[in-house]
Design a binder for this molecule. Structure first.
Ligand code: NAD
Length: 406
């Protein structure tokens, strides 16, 4: 099938590469000429395990190409995916400028029936908006349909998630249009759910809001554990074994960051308010998350005060392991606060912010040996308090009793 994917970022590049790998003819479009030139030269704009090899293989086989020419790409395609960014505005509302620009370009270019699929995360009602924009910009009326096919991939395992998604959500205006997408996804042999367009748009936000709620919930429990002398990692285990709850996303730490959860929770709060509903639960989730970095730094201040001139090594900068994505990374908040308080980089203390495997398996004996004062602040609970005690560390983690010098 001839496909075009507009917006060659995390979602667009991975989606394009996977569809090409399944045997489709894919053109990836972007308005960033440097990015397209890099991709043409075999240079990846992002790090994602397995991506470079998959892109190289499909480019070599002639199934995957890159361009800045949206009109030409649209004209040769049966299906056009929109995968551009949908960043937040300052009031939490989703900025649909890029989606609107692309819809306008599709409308102007379209010469025959096309299925336009919105894969960007967009507020409920955007499918209808995209349809109106395309219609308004067509030189002469050409039939088309707009489908919502939200993306659930996680950075760091994007290829794997795209090849083996838990579910594929297809929000289509008619069964017949849904069939086009079913056919495209059929080789993956994964569960598919067909809905109307607004419900598909809502599934994406409801899913991210629910996962964010789990994270903020266990972080609030961690706060109580710290006050009560309980151990949140044991509480997590005890809760997670209940299949109605499950252990996924039930890890206390520095809270959620990245380019999706913060903006999607804010956006849903905003959408709800626009529709006349006060989404109080989700507002509380956002507030708990907002306090996480400050809470972590407070623990550092309490143990090391004053921070003036202290040297603190921060382990882990990306918003989570296995990615180079720094958008909304907790490390930025933590480091900014530490710098404000007078600390610099190096090592009176170590603060773990992102749980890369490299840090989990760090040689702690060696670390202990090179530190001026063996104080560790673990924002992700990757080390065992008892082991840290044995090794002679002062150890502060999340929702657990600190290990203090005897
Ligand atoms: P990204 O910023 O990595 O990529 C977006 C790309 O779109 C950029 O390369 C940009 O140059 C391009 N672009 C912007 N305007 C354009 C235009 N007018 N024409 C052509 N190209 C244009 O973004 P992303 O992380 O891939 O996210 C894309 C969408 O997918 C967002 O709505 C996001 O919420 C959603 N999403 C992201 C993830 C994720 O983990 N990153 C997961 C699920 C859903």
């Amino acid at each position: 099938m001839n496909i075009c994917v507009v917006g060659t970022g995390y979602v667009g590049l991975v989606t394009g590469a996977v569809f090409a790998d399944l045997g489709n003819d894919v053109v990836c479009v972007d308005n960033d000429a440097v990015k397209i030139a890099d991709l043409d030269g075999g240079r990846m704009p992002i790090y994602e395990p397995g991506l470079e090899e998959m892109v190289a293989r499909n480019v070599a086989d002639g199934r995957l190409t890159f361009t800045t020419d949206l009109a030409a790409a649209v004209r040769r395609s049966v299906i056009v995916f929109i995968t551009v960014g949908t960043p937040p505005k300052s009031d939490g509302q989703t900025d649909l400028t890029a989606v609107e620009d692309v819809a306008r370009g599709i409308g102007q270019a379209m010469e025959r029936y096309t299925v336009v699929v919105n894969k960007s995360t967009v507020p409920v009602g955007t499918g209808e908006f995209v349809r109106e924009v395309i219609e308004r910009h067509q030189a002469s009326p050409v039939a088309f349909d707009v489908v919502s096919n939200p993306e659930f991939l996680r950075e760091g395992s994007a290829i794997e998630d795209t090849l083996r998604p838990d579910r594929i959500v297809i929000g289509a205006p008619t069964q017949q249009v849904a069939m086009t997408l079913l056919e495209l996804y059929a080789p993956l042999e994964r569960p598919m759910i067909i809905t109307d367009v607004p419900s598909a748009e809502m599934i994406k936000y409801a899913s991210n809001a629910f996962l964010s709620t789990k994270i903020s919930f266990i972080n609030a429990i961690a706060n109580i554990c710290e006050l009560a002398g309980a151990d949140v990692t044991q509480v997590m285990k005890g809760m997670g074994l209940d299949p109605r709850i499950g252990s996924a996303f039930l890890a206390a730490g520095l809270g959620y960051g990245g380019s999706c959860f913060p903006k999607d929770t804010d956006s849903l709060v905003h959408t709800a308010a626009t529709l006349g509903y006060d989404f109080a639960i989700l507002k509380a989730v956002v507030e708990v998350n907002r306090e996480r970095a400050a809470h972590f730094v407070d623990a550092i201040v309490k143990a090391l005060a004053p921070l003036d001139g202290r040297v603190i090594a921060v382990l882990g900068l990306a918003f989570k392991p296995n990615t180079d994505d720094m958008r909304e990374a907790k490390s930025v908040e933590v480091v900014e606060r530490l710098l404000e308080l007078g600390a610099t980089g190096g090592a009176d203390a170590v603060a773990l912010v992102t749980e890369w495997n490299e840090f989990k398996f760090l040689n702690l004996e060696r670390l202990r040996g090179v530190m001026r004062r063996p104080v560790v602040f673990d924002g992700r609970n990757v080390w065992e308090p008892e082991r840290m005690r044995r090794l002679g560390f002062e150890y502060h983690s999340i929702g657990r009793k600190p290990v203090l010098p005897s």
